[in-house]
Design a protein around this ligand. Sequence first.
Ligand code: GDP
Ligand code: MG
Length: 163
Amino acid sequence: PKPVVAIVGRPNVGKSTLFNRLAGNRIAIVEDRPGVTRDRIYASSEWLTHQFHIIDTGGIEVGSEDEILFRIREQAELAIAEANAIIFVADGKEGVTPADQEVAQILFRSRKPVALAVNKVDNPDQINNIYSFYELGLGEPFAISAEHGTGIGDLLDQVMADI
Ligand code: GDP
Ligand code: MG
């Protein structure tokens, strides 16, 4: 079976943009088993010789801050249960937030391989934005721009090395 890579992170960091880029023009399958896989979109993807499935998590994220945090935690737990590796996406323009720290702890404790993607690093002079992310304890942060498609090769190299 192909390994499963889940994309996790708080709302608006660019998870779905990254997912769409990785899925390319492959048709994404929406699993709608209520309560189990809601808000989770699956696609297949490949990098070099590696084929894998990717899961986009999140869906429509509305509600109070507490509700949203609960949903992110829930998605992180589901991703840990289902995935062979996790891409944790954060926002380089916003820096590290308390929600990032909380999810990072859940992921760290799971002992699943986690690659840390600092998104929205749209141009090289924003690279300094990534250094504060070392404090999440998830290893080297990878600067990416999901929108421009930069940095994704190095990120996937890390993911594939960990699987
Ligand atoms: P999600 O909620 O984590 O799935 O985030 P989305 O993929 O829906 O993106 C949230 C917002 O961030 C959208 O307005 C995107 O256009 C924007 N975004 C995503 N990736 C990038 C990026 O690499 N650079 C910039 N500047 N914006 C981005
Ligand atoms: Mg999304």
